[in-house]
Design a protein around this ligand. Sequence first.
Ligand SMILES: Nc1ncnc2c1ncn2[C@@H]1O[C@H](COP(=O)(O)OP(=O)(O)O)[C@@H](O)[C@H]1O
Ligand SMILES: [Mg+2]
Length: 160
Amino acid sequence: MHNPNDITLVLEDEAATLACGARFANILQAGLNIYLHGDLGAGKTTFTRGVLHGLGYIGKVKSPTYTLVESYHFAQFNVYHFDLYRFSDEEEWEAAGFREYFNAQNICMIEWPEKAEHILPKPDIDVKLSLYNTGKPENFGRQVQFVAASILGKQCLDRF
Ligand SMILES: Nc1ncnc2c1ncn2[C@@H]1O[C@H](COP(=O)(O)OP(=O)(O)O)[C@@H](O)[C@H]1O
Ligand SMILES: [Mg+2]
């Protein structure tokens, strides 16, 4: 039996990352704060695209690299997808009203949370995407690990 506090899956290709995101979408509930960890190219945006399509969003999912955040509205909750790679100004965070996005009605999914760890609310779930060497030259595998970081996060991951 797997330990529901910590689930690791291999992602064979981009379609697997999208499918994994869509499956993860089924366990989501309002109020979740989800950190997306992993190097550039690990699959954080692809995974989020899978989540949003799984929730029923049909349009294009843009990487919020320059805008810092993209928002998506669903009947049950709003999803705010952050990419904080270029984030540096903590005053901008307050001025833009980002703090208010973190509440019981919304879900926040955050790429590069490490860039704003002093101001970000704590996560409920850590999603850790990583590249690993398969042993063959220039052949990287990808995997994802889900770690519950709160009671709410654990309740959700138990349904995964
Ligand atoms: N499991 C996978 N196997 C191979 N390529 C993948 C996989 N998941 C995503 N990709 C590809 O990796 C590239 C970078 O993904 P992206 O989601 O933008 O990474 P990040 O947001 O972590 O920087 C994209 O071209 C995407 O299609
Ligand atoms: Mg990205």
